[in-house]
Ligand binder design. Structure first.
Ligand code: PCA
Length: 224
């Protein structure tokens, strides 16, 4: 077997995979996908951003994500989603092993209390440096917070599934992953943020993620 058989991607370990979702729940746009598209092709500390869209569908979203991780061998994967009602970019700390959908996904599925991964651990922490990313986004002048829950819909499903893939060794050695939720765009509801601010914030977050191998200590907890 040639070494190339192990790493089919031309730039293994030098890619940042940045995903966004299609619109869901009756929305016409999903800012997460607009942000990912805006950053496609950017070079960040020797890495190249590859943007890809995931369907807001249980199961299929993770099959697509697995194919992307296998094809691109990203050093770092950041998945983005929309969380209407939140006022700031929120960097997720944890994905939990549960699907509990309040609304149907884009294929009409509405699982209640099923595991993302049968026999998987209860939860995974994101392995990106969430505090360094928080700090970088705030310094770029964009509202940002650490979130202690990604919910129980497709975004949590994807965060948990991503961390499970990485734990199974899909992707290059040392690959890190995480998730961030975005507020509405203007016109979608309140509170909202302009698209350019969200793009600037995620750009800053990616720089911090690449340049910070060990997360910094910074208070960003929640009392409730
Ligand atoms: N937000 C949903 C799924 C897709 C998206 O952008 C969520 O927060 O689960």
């Amino acid at each position: 077997m040639t070494p190339a058989a192990h790493h089919s991607a031309p730039h293994a370990g030098q890619t940042i995979l940045l995903t966004g979702f299609d619109p869901f729940g009756g929305g016409s746009h999903n800012p997460s996908w607009l942000i990912a598209q805006a950053l496609h092709g950017q070079r960040i500390a020797g890495h190249q951003v590859v943007a890809a869209q995931l369907p807001t569908v249980f199961g299929e979203s993770l099959q697509r994500l697995q194919a992307l991780v296998q094809a691109h061998q990203p050093a770092l994967t950041l998945c983005l989603g929309l969380a209407g009602g939140r006022a700031a970019l929120s960097i997720e700390r944890i994905g939990i092993n549960i699907n509990d959908a309040r609304i149907p996904d884009n294929c009409g599925a509405q699982p209640v209390d099923t595991p993302v991964q049968v026999d998987g651990p209860a939860a995974y922490f994101a392995s990106l440096p969430i505090k360094a990313m928080l700090n970088a986004v705030q310094r770029a002048g964009v509202p940002c917070e650490v979130s202690q829950t990604a919910g129980t819909f497709v975004c949590n499903h994807v965060l948990y599934g991503l961390m499970h893939l990485l734990a199974q060794g899909v992707g290059p050695k040392g690959a890190r992953g995480g998730f961030a939720h975005m507020p509405w765009l203007s016109g979608q509801g309140e509170p909202h943020l302009p698209l350019r601010d969200m793009v600037r914030g995620i750009h800053a977050a990616l720089w911090a993620a690449v340049l910070t191998p060990q997360d910094i200590a910074l208070q960003a907890g929640a009392t409730h």
